[in-house]
Design a protein around this ligand. Structure first.
Ligand code: R5P
Length: 294
């Protein structure tokens, strides 16, 4: 039987593409918020012994989580066989240790919560910094998709003579892989974060690549300051204004405006979080993973 596809704040375009590619059935559900802020959910499909796929956009997660839990509980009560959550952007991954005494490790709390309600998780480039794998915090099976092959295709089509730049040590995993696939050089810069919007970046080895177009690759663009400061450092070294590619278009507060006014030539993102900079479509990668489940 076709999987039942539910959408939870996901881009209609992404949901449509995935539903077509996996030959799923778009579920008929009603979601309503009462005037007092409480949530209502009703599902019109016969769920017994079927598999549900929830395609969610969990950027700005807090108000979305309780309704997601209610949706999962309702599906289970209606006899659904299994629930797979597709969360292209996986939130609550950055608080992965106690940076200061007394802090809650929210990545762990969030993982434990989600693991209670879903049976499988599919996501794209989660922020695995101090965890090696989602299995360290999620007790359900999970699949991690890498956006790099699609990012590499975009770079190959649009940029001649690229220099791949990773703004910090965490980004080396993507930068090194992309450079290897493109067969071009890469450099990793040194970043110090002094506050949410206070970032320092230095680019000791950049000067030798003045004949190339710098292409910055990072997983998350949040305040944009990492990209802005990296661009400034490269331009100061005599390189041209860089192209910035982020997997997840978070763009908190004034991030997008600040980036547009900086030394950045162009901002490109993948469609894991809907934004006008989405130019790299990952629906095929998600659909392939969903099809592999059946
Ligand atoms: C670092 O931990 C991440 O990989 C990104 O570099 C970071 O989240 C970017 O944040 P922002 O845009 O706020 O500088």
């Amino acid at each position: 039987m076709k999987p039942l596809i539910f959408t939870h704040h996901a881009s209609p375009n992404l949901v449509k593409k995935i539903t077509q590619q996996v030959n799923g059935e778009l579920a008929q559900s009603e979601n309503h918020e009462f005037p007092d802020g409480e949530s209502y959910v009703r599902i019109h499909n016969d769920c017994s012994s079927r598999n549900a796929i929830i395609i969610a956009n969990l950027h700005q997660p807090n108000p979305k989580i309780l309704p997601l839990i209610f949706l999962c509980e309702t599906l289970k009560a209606l006899g659904i066989e299994s629930i797979t959550l597709i969360s292209p952007y996986l939130p609550y991954m950055r608080q992965d240790i106690q940076f200061k005494p007394g802090e809650g490790i929210t990545s762990r709390f969030f993982a434990e919560l989600l693991s209670t309600y879903i049976d499988k998780l599919i996501t794209i480039d989660p922020h695995l910094h101090r965890y090696n794998s989602l299995d360290e915090i999620y007790s359900i099976p999970s699949t991690v998709i890498q956006a790099i092959p699609k990012i590499v295709s975009w770079i190959k089509t649009h940029i001649e003579q690229p220099l791949i730049v990773g703004p910090d040590s965490e980004s080396e995993q993507w930068a090194a892989l992309a450079a290897d696939m493109i067969q071009c050089p890469y450099i990793i810069l040194e970043k110090k974060r002094l506050g949410d919007k206070n970032v320092q970046v230095s680019s000791p080895q950049a000067g030798q690549y003045k004949n190339r177009t710098p292409v910055l690759i990072d997983d998350i663009i949040s305040t944009g300051r990492t990209m802005i400061k990296t661009a400034e450092a490269l331009v100061k070294e005599g390189l041209s204004a860089p192209i910035c590619i982020g997997v997840h278009a978070i763009f908190s507060d004034d991030a997008y405006e600040a980036m547009k006014q900086s030394a950045i030539q162009n901002i490109i993102t993948c469609n894991t979080v809907p934004h006008q900079t989405n130019q790299i479509d990952l629906s095929e990668l998600l659909a392939a993973e969903i099809s592999a489940l059946n």
